[in-house]
Ligand binder design. Structure first.
Ligand code: AHR
Length: 307
C-alpha cells in the first residue's frame, strides 16, 4: 500500500493514542442523534481520544471547531459539512498543517480532491431517485394531476440538493406529477410542522408530501392531523431516513414509503482513521448500503430497529 499523501497527522502508527477531532452538524434530527452516538461509541471502542463539537447547524461554528482542532494538533479531523460550499480555505489550512481530513455523511463541492482523504456516506441522489421512482410507479396510470409538496432539508446542504435532484429526475417523465410548492424545513420537526401548516393554508388540493427526512415528515403529520386530514390516506407521504419514529409512523400507515439513510457511520469512520494514520491507501469514496420500506416492511423491521 502507498503512504497517505499528507501523512497521519501527529500519531505515528502504533506509538500513541490517536486523537480524532470531529465537527458535527448539530442535533437537528433523530438521524443526527443516532449518527453522533455511533461516532462516540465507535471512537471509544477503537480506543481513540475523541474531541467532539456540535455546530448547531452553523457553518461558521464548524469552521471554528476545525481551526481549533488544527491548533490542538489532532491526528485526524473528521466532519459532516452542514452545507456543500465554502470549505476550501479551512481545508487548505488543515492540509498545510499536515492533518488529514475525512468527510462523513455530507460532501463538499471543493474542486481540489486532495483537500480530504475520503468521503464516507450515503448516495443522496440515489435516495431521491428511490423516492421519485416509488411515486412514479404509484401514479403511472393517473389521468389526473398529482399535486406534490416538498419539504427540503437545510438549504445548501448536500442531502437537500441531491434528494431534490434525484426525485425530480424520476418524476420528470410523467407531466401529471407536479411539485406545486417546495420549501426548506431545515431537517427539523418544528420547521416541518410550520411549513406544512403554510402549505395546507395555501393549497387545498395536496395529494403527496415528499419530506427530505423523517423528522420533517413527523412535524408535517401533526399539521395534517390538526387540519382534519388523514396522513397516509388523504395525503400520501414519502420521507427519508428510517429512524424509529419514522418507521413507527410508517407501520401505523401515516408514512407510505421511507427511503433509508444509514446514520451508523462510526465503525467505517474509525477504520478509515486507522488506515490514514497507518499511511495506508484508502478509497476516495465509501458509499453506505441502504434499502427502502413500505408500511408493511416497516412493520416487520420495527422490532429489530436499532435507532
Ligand atoms: O445528512 C443526513 C441528513 O441530515 C439526514 O437525512 C437528516 O435527518 C439529517 O439531519
Amino acid at each position: 500500500t502507498a503512504p497517505a499523501n499528507n501523512g497521519g497527522g501527529n500519531a505515528a502508527a502504533g506509538d500513541k493514542k490517536i486523537t480524532l477531532g470531529f465537527a458535527q452538524v448539530g442535533a437537528e434530527s433523530g438521524w443526527r442523534t443516532a449518527n453522533t452516538k455511533s461516532i462516540q461509541d465507535s471512537a471509544k471502542e477503537a480506543g481513540y481520544e475523541l474531541k467532539f463539537s456540535d455546530a448547531q447547524q452553523k457553518q461558521e461554528n464548524q469552521i471554528k471547531a476545525i481551526r481549533s482542532y488544527i491548533q490542538q494538533k489532532v491526528d485526524v479531523i473528521a466532519f459532516s459539512p452542514v452545507v456543500e460550499s465554502g470549505w476550501d480555505t479551512v481545508l487548505k489550512e488543515a492540509k498545510d498543517a499536515g492533518i488529514p481530513v475525512i468527510l462523513t455523511d455530507r460532501a463538499v463541492d471543493s474542486a481540489d480532491k486532495t483537500l480530504y482523504k475520503t468521503f464516507i456516506g450515503s448516495d443522496f441522489v440515489e435516495e431521491g431517485r428511490k423516492a421519485g421512482q416509488w411515486l412514479a410507479d404509484k401514479y403511472k396510470d393517473s389521468s389526473e394531476d398529482v399535486n406534490i409538496v416538498e419539504l427540503q432539508g437545510t438549504t445548501g446542504s448536500a442531502p437537500a440538493n441531491d434528494r431534490k435532484a434525484g426525485f425530480e429526475e424520476k418524476i420528470a417523465a410523467n407531466p401529471k406529477l407536479k411539485v406545486i410548492a417546495s420549501q426548506t424545513g431545515d431537517f427539523t420537526r418544528a420547521k416541518g410542522k410550520e411549513v406544512m401548516q403554510a402549505f395546507l393554508k395555501a393549497h387545498k388540493d395536496i395529494d403527496v408530501l415528499y419530506a427530505h427526512n423523517d423528522d420533517m415528515a413527523l412535524g408535517a403529520i401533526q399539521a395534517i392531523e390538526a387540519a382534519g386530514l388523514k396522513p397516509g390516506e388523504d395525503i400520501v407521504i414519502i420521507s427519508v431516513d428510517a429512524v424509529k419514529d419514522g418507521m413507527q409512523a410508517a407501520a401505523d400507515g401515516k408514512i407510505n414509503f421511507i427511503v433509508e439513510c444509514n446514520p451508523l457511520l462510526g465503525p467505517q469512520l474509525m477504520e478509515a482513521v486507522q488506515a490514514v494514520v497507518d499511511g495506508k491507501e484508502i478509497e476516495a469514496r465509501i458509499v453506505t448500503e441502504e434499502t427502502t420500506f413500505t408500511s408493511e416492511q416497516a412493520k416487520e423491521a420495527l422490532p429489530s430497529r436499532q435507532y
